[in-house]
Unconditional design. Structure first.
Length: 341
């Protein structure tokens, strides 16, 4: 059996661990042959391939990013994109495709399955917002990076008696903000799921100053004030209709400074959250996903995504994984509110 592998969307710690596991088990246990498609869905559209054997995956477990490259290409927005993918797979003799990605990549995988292409999905996103799986790999690494940043920023905030607003990733789901904020002891956590009241945030900040402590505010990039809108870097949209968010941290820091008279600074963590080597947890989870994904492909069980349920790796329909985003529930956010102010 010949299996194609690709990684789509934003890069993420743990992608190489999945690739390694797929190839190692596929070759050594099942006797499969593999081809890597470069740069996400652009690879099978344009016939961009690279060898993917045991030698190519030997030393990639700890490496961040993806040896296959990635992109946000959407075959359904490219003229003849789907036909080109089918043509490439036929020319390469590919019997099955393993697609590693988030909601957009796996949304394409679901459509391709409906159009007769044999695809198995592996969930990847630092935002942890994919439905039908308890956790996605990359999330733990992103939270660790954000938490370490909060720990470091707290000491400088206390030294200079200023408020620090830490902007983390999270377009529609505030999981990174929630977990890193709780782990880092943030005094305010703001998420996209719940529009915030600026006056209330300022009140929490002032109460912190009154106790002679420096407040730390963690805000997801997609958070917005009540009656307001998302803060955009640009109005341009990518192939999946997403705009570039960013700037809410700076906006909020300016509001806090203007309303309290206290120094306030914003720190935007940005892409540093998804770069570098994955944590041990993400390496293990990504490896287990890869092992189960190649089994599904071997069995011809297409149109599924491997997922974490408790401590078990199970298979779920791609439709179940992509129909809705997994957002922070109100009861989880209420747990964090205990520590605000």
């Amino acid at each position: 059996m010949r299996i194609g592998v690709l990684t789509g969307g934003g890069d993420c710690p743990g992608l190489n661990a999945v690739i390694r596991a797929v190839v190692r088990k596929g070759v050594e246990v099942h006797g499969h042959d593999f081809v890597g498609f470069r740069n996400g869905w652009k690879g099978p559209i344009e016939g961009l391939t690279r060898p993917l054997g045991l030698d190519e995956v030997e030393d990639i477990l700890t490496r961040g990013g993806t040896i296959l490259g990635s992109s946000r290409t959407n075959p359904y927005k490219v003229d003849g994109g789907v036909e080109a993918i089918k043509r490439t797979l036929a020319q390469e003799g590919v019997d099955a495709l393993i697609a590693i990605g988030g909601e957009d990549t796996l949304g394409v995988a679901k459509k391709l399955t409906d159009d007769g292409v044999g695809v198995v999905g592996v969930p990847k996103t630092i935002d942890n917002d994919l439905n039908a799986t308890d956790y996605t790999f990359g999330f733990d690494t992103a939270v660790h990076i954000a938490t370490e940043a909060i720990d470091r920023l707290r000491t400088t905030a206390e030294s200079h008696h200023r408020a620090l607003v830490v902007e983390v990733m999270g377009r529609h789901a505030g999981w990174i903000a929630l977990h890193s904020g709780l782990a880092g002891g943030a005094n305010v956590i703001l998420v996209p799921e719940k529009p915030f009241n600026v006056d209330q945030v300022v009140g929490w900040v002032e109460r912190r100053f009154e106790r002679e402590y420096a407040p730390i505010i963690v805000v997801a990039e997609g958070a917005m004030p009540e009656g307001g809108a998302e803060v955009l870097q640009t109005g341009e949209k990518d192939a999946f209709g997403h705009v570039r968010l960013g700037g809410v941290g700076t906006w909020l820091a300016d509001e806090i400074a203007a309303r309290t008279g206290k120094e306030s600074r914003a720190v935007v963590l940005g892409h540093v959250q998804r770069g570098g080597t994955p944590t041990a947890y993400d390496r293990v989870l990504a490896t287990r996903f890869g092992l189960q994904a190649v089994d599904a492909a071997t069995e011809g069980d297409f149109g599924v995504m491997v997922a974490l349920r408790g401590t078990d790796i199970v298979r779920v329909k791609l439709s179940e994984a992509t129909e809705t985003l997994k957002t922070v529930p109100s009861e989880r956010y209420a747990e964090a509110e205990v520590f605000f102010g």
